[in-house]
Design a protein around this ligand. Structure first.
Ligand SMILES: Nc1ncnc2c1ncn2[C@@H]1O[C@H](COP(=O)(O)OP(=O)(O)O)[C@@H](O)[C@H]1O
Ligand SMILES: [Mg+2]
Length: 299
């Protein structure tokens, strides 16, 4: 399980709850509820509010964090699913309650396929684990020229949300919302951005990612992997600093690592990772991000 310790879904911060939010009746919501909007529109805040409301009405609720840049559940470069614990489960041995899917980059740009495929895999997992309702938090990539329109369109087609909640200041989501307003498969719930939203500049976003990586790799040791006898995807990306995921049989990330030295004679790759054994690891997949694990800074 990737580190969920930093931001628990049960963290309560004081937030302003506009009337439009209250019109989203949690008792009547089922299926997938997708929240979309640009960066700094209050998506994560609204998605968490919805999750808490839904937990009071449904025995099992999924929270799917698809933001690979300002990730709140898992690490940047991953999308993470967390499930609410149900009362009847609390006495039985704990089941795995979080699943992460590695994208390999802190932006879905250039990584659209793993982004939609990973979101779908996590959604199916949530359904298999008994979640009747799943809240999906998304990245702020909505701009048509940058591929955001296509990303949201195909994600909606694949995940088939019952409700699309949009947060906008102006017409920036029109290209996504316009056809969906008359699309009978989805109910569109349009909200204005709250004046309480605090905007973060690029530096703040970068510092946030660095701190998350530094905290994660700070506790890491080194694992030596025999490359020849391991399933490795994207080996052409391999270079010092390359971020990678150790994946389980289902293709979910068990842990992240950063490539260190490759020893030619033994054909082993040293990887900085908090993972202590490769038990349960079915494959390794390289991303495109490179970083210094000591500082968390991108290379
Ligand atoms: N309704 C609200 N009331 C108070 N603070 C809010 C509200 N919505 C967002 N914020 C604050 O604004 C900032 C950005 O919100 P966030 O939900 O992370 O936006 P996004 O996920 O769209 O980037 C956060 O610091 C959050 O606490
Ligand atoms: Mg967010």
């Amino acid at each position: 399980m990737l580190n969920l310790d930093r931001l628990s879904l049960n963290n309560h911060i004081s937030i302003h709850i506009p009337q439009g939010w209250q019109r989203l009746d949690p008792a009547s919501l089922t299926g997938t509820v997708m929240v979309i909007g640009r960066s700094d529109t209050g998506k994560t805040t609204l998605a968490r509010y919805l999750f808490h409301q839904l937990c009071r009405h449904h025995s099992k609720v999924g929270f799917l964090d698809c933001d690979v840049g300002q990730s709140t559940l898992g690490l940047p470069t991953t999308m993470t699913l967390a499930l609410s614990a149900t009362a009847e489960e609390s006495n039985s041995p704990p089941r795995r309650e979080a699943f992460s899917y590695f994208i390999g980059s802190t932006s879905p740009r250039g990584h659209m396929l793993p982004t939609v495929i990973g979101a779908h895999k996590l959604q199916v997992t949530a359904q298999e684990m008994g979640a009747k309702v799943i809240v999906v938090d998304t990245t702020g990539l909505v701009d048509r020229a940058a591929g955001g329109g296509a990303l949201k369109h195909w994600k909606i087609e694949l995940l088939q949300p019952s409700v699309l909640v949009s947060l906008a200041r102006g017409p920036e989501l029109e290209h996504i919302l316009w056809p969906r307003r008359r699309d009978r498969r989805v109910r569109v719930h349009e909200l204005r951005v709250s004046k309480h939203v605090k905007e973060r500049d690029r530096e703040t976003r970068i510092r946030y990612r660095e701190a998350r990586f530094r905290n994660y790799f700070g506790k890491a040791g080194t694992l030596k992997i025999p490359i020849r006898s391991t399933v490795v995807f994207g080996i052409e990306e391999m270079s010092r600093g390359q971020v990678l995921a150790f994946q389980d049989e289902g293709g979910f990330a068990l842990a992240l690592g950063v490539a260190q030295e490759y020893e030619r004679s033994s054909q082993t790759l040293a990887i900085r990772t908090p993972l202590t054994s490769i038990e349960g690891v079915s494959s390794i997949r390289f991303g495109t991000l490179r970083l210094d694990p000591a500082t968390g800074q991108e290379l």
